[in-house]
Design a protein. Structure first.
Length: 80
């Protein structure tokens, strides 16, 4: 199991989550997008950068502005 797959275990269905920046976070966003497109999880993401927002949109992850997000269930970011 990759660290990205492990991180998905912390994402509850229907949650709003923070989407970080950097290689590790972007790998997570790609994997999350696969799960969203497959209907395995419903989430809304709050991106930390324009690049993360573009990637999430390309991957099919719905986005919301932080001011409209309410409480974040989890934020996934990398150490890079």
């Amino acid at each position: 199991m990759t660290i990205y797959e492990r991180a998905l275990e912390f994402v509850p269905d229907g949650a709003t989550i923070g989407l970080g920046s950097g290689r590790a976070a972007w790998a997570f966003v790609r994997l999350l997008g696969e799960r969203v497109r497959a209907g395995a999880v419903r989430v809304r993401g709050v991106p930390t950068s324009d690049e993360t927002a573009r990637l999430a949109t390309e991957c099919g992850v719905p986005l919301v502005e932080l001011r409209d997000a309410g409480e974040l269930a989890v934020t996934v970011d990398g150490a890079d």
